[in-house]
Design a protein around this ligand. Structure first.
Ligand code: DC
Length: 203
């Protein structure tokens, strides 16, 4: 049986962690849709044409180990404004969402465009400073050398671009549950998300 959990929100809001934990708890498949855009961004940095790159995206492109850094993130946000890039990635995401056994997808437009009929829609936010600090710690743990101010500037620039674009901008679906994780632990955020899922599953 299909059951879709759509999780959207700005960069480093905690949506990826919540998505992974929810997928593990309920045995749902998980798709980090940002990875699709990062992989296209990387191909474009290497000289590909954005729409061609999106149309010919292959499994191996998603397994590269240079998709997590700020350069890939910025490239992703830039190519994500192109409507043909977004439509090239749409069928794959929709098919993933309706697979048997349930799926969690996290991104920017899952509840609004990819899965407007998702059983559960969450929009996860946190203050700019808290998001930047979380991403900074994550990057440092991964061995990257960067400054907190640079991380904050990167997040703000991407969010502004992601919110302002004409096609599938970052925004909550009208029926999304808003979760502000500024003063929450990850466990608390996961509990709020799990409670929303239980309400629907038990209805
Ligand atoms: O979630 P992320 O930080 O890995 O996403 C990187 C960029 O990809 C983000 O700044 C905008 C774009 N993106 C998008 O436009 N739509 C999505 N569903 C996911 C990501």
């Amino acid at each position: 049986m299909a059951f879709t959990v759509a999780i959207d929100g700005p960069a480093a809001s905690g949506k990826g962690t919540v998505a992974r934990e929810i997928a593990a708890r309920y045995g749902f498949a998980h798709l980090d849709t940002g990875l699709l855009y990062r992989a296209v961004g990387r191909l474009v940095l290497a000289g590909a044409e954005p729409v061609d790159a999106a149309r010919s995206l292959a499994r191996a492109d998603l397994d590269r180990d240079d998709l997590r850094d700020a350069e890939a993130a910025q490239a992703a946000s830039r190519i994500a404004v192109i409507p043909e890039v977004r439509s090239a990635l749409l069928d794959f995401q929709r098919a993933f969402a309706r697979r048997d056994g349930g799926a969690v997808l996290d991104g920017r437009d899952i509840g609004t465009v990819i899965c407007p009929d998702a059983e559960v829609k969450l929009f996860i936010t946190a203050s700019d400073e808290v998001r930047a600090t979380r991403r900074f710690e994550e990057l440092r743990t991964g061995g990257a050398e960067t400054a907190l101010t640079a991380v904050l500037a990167d997040l703000r620039q991407r969010d502004a671009r992601d919110r302002a674009r004409d096609t599938a901008p970052l925004k909550p679906a009208r029926d999304a549950l808003l979760i502000d994780t500024t003063s929450m632990t990850i466990e608390q955020a996961v509990s709020v998300a799990a409670a929303a899922i239980e309400r629907i599953r038990n209805a």
